[in-house]
Write a protein that binds this ligand. Structure first.
Ligand code: HEM
Length: 387
């Protein structure tokens, strides 16, 4: 047996590849693939120029005419109407209301995780936390939580096909079941309003009108796609820093006021949303390359966040980095709607780890792909319980 047959493939050095792209091929593509944009200033430019680089990227010809376009994948005026309405319900007050429940959820999950000296960081903590938060915002009751988590997983695992290909049977079935569940809820909320986000969305009314049932369903799906896996990745990223630089754990324990800067640096260093997508609406030149109308463009957010022209010691984790103008939450009209919530969840998750533990390390660091798309489904960790 040759060495290549017996040895597992070495982990891809994505950041090394990004460095090389930024240095010599800042806007490039392989034949037939989308363009990849690697430098900070070019990524920033693409994200800000929504009139040239469209978010309406779907190539599917079999789009359901009754389905509403997703806010994330639409342009003005559709995007402006949806974002305007949603902004009215997704208020700082709604986010602040989540703080107590997020703390309680973190404490419960962490208390269970730390009953033993090892556990699964993702399955037992980093994944259930954001799903639970979004479920609460959408008024999903406890008994329905398992089904909600299943739909959420099926939709996320098939995200590529949902966007630009043909979604799998499993994804279509999951989305259909979830739609049925929420349609029934929406109907009830019209008659009996409650204090959660979905109820706010059902009743929001502006000069733009109201959100239709199809738009409300689209938004429920979008929250799952945009808010779960990303927040899980942020918590995994923070834990990865604790694993690779254990001194950061002790330092934050002594000085918890450093947590917000630590979260920002984790967002930069281990960007949870590594790449997004746009379609050129006209022929355009970027960094000397000619991008033709209709071609797809991938702004590499994770590469922009390591750009040495913008960040000193870009490939080092500097836990008190300031300023830190990372692009982890995007920029322009599609800037992450859930950024404040995600930061809060990250901060509370870290606080909970610091309270319950004296240290945390990956049991088998080589056994998981940490720089891929999305968060790993499972990471075993060794836990040093706080004395
Ligand atoms: C660490 C966690 C998160 C990261 C890194 C992240 C990142 C991003 C990025 C980069 C975008 C812009 C994508 C683009 O321009 O194509 C975005 C959009 C969005 N995010 Fe987040 N996100 C996170 C958490 C959340 C959460 C918790 C929610 C909601 C509960 C959320 C809801 C959204 C929505 C609705 C959009 C679409 C906004 C629009 O199109 O106007 N995100 N996010």
């Amino acid at each position: 047996m040759s060495a290549t047959e017996s040895d597992p493939a070495p982990p891809a050095d994505v950041y090394g590849e990004y460095r090389e792209l930024r240095a010599s091929r800042p806007v490039s593509r392989s034949p037939g693939d989308p363009w990849r944009v690697a430098r900070y200033e070019d990524v920033r430019h693409v994200l800000k120029s929504h009139a040239v680089f469209s978010s309406d990227v779907s190539q599917r010809t079999n789009r359901d005419p009754n389905a509403s376009p997703s806010m994330l994948f639409s342009d003005p005026p559709i995007h402006s109407r949806l974002r305007g309405l949603v902004n009215r319900a997704f208020t700082p007050r709604q986010i602040a209301m989540q703080e107590g429940p997020v703390e309680k959820r973190c404490e419960d999950l962490m208390a269970r995780l730390t009953q033993k000296s090892s556990g699964d960081l993702v399955k037992d903590f980093a994944a259930p936390l954001p799903v639970g938060v979004i479920a609460a915002m959408l008024g999903v009751e406890d008994g329905d939580f398992e089904a909600f988590k299943r739909w959420s997983d099926a939709i996320f695992t098939n995200i590529g096909e949902i966007l630009i290909g043909t979604p799998s049977e499993a994804a279509i079935a999951a989305a259909g079941q979830m739609d049925g569940y929420f349609l029934e809820r929406i109907d009830r909320l019209r008659r009996e309003p409650q204090s959660h986000l979905l109820s706010g969305l059902v009743h929001v009314e502006t000069e733009e009108g109201r959100l239709s049932d199809a738009e409300l369903l689209m938004f429920c799906r979008l929250l799952l796609i945009a808010g779960n896996e990303t927040t899980t990745s942020l918590i995994v990223g923070c834990t990865r820093v604790f694993h690779e630089m254990p001194e950061t754990f002790g330092s934050l324990k002594r000085s918890p006021e450093g947590i917000p800067a630590f979260i920002e640096e984790t967002l930069r260093f281990h960007s949870p949303f590594k790449v997004t997508i746009r379609r050129a609406l006209e022929d355009v030149e970027l960094a000397g390359e000619s991008i033709a109308k209709g071609e797809l463009v991938l702004p590499l957010i994770a590469s922009a966040n390591r750009d040495e022209q913008v960040f000193a010691r870009a490939d080092e984790f500097v836990m008190d980095r300031s300023p830190n103008p990372h692009l982890a939450f995007g920029l322009g009209i599609h800037t992450c709607l859930g950024a404040t919530l995600a930061r809060m969840e990250g901060r509370i998750a870290v606080m909970s780890m610091l309270r319950h533990l004296d240290g945390i390390a990956f049991s088998d660091p080589g056994g998981v792909e940490l720089d891929g798309f999305g968060a790993p489904a499972s990471i075993r960790v060794d836990l040093k319980r706080a004395a």
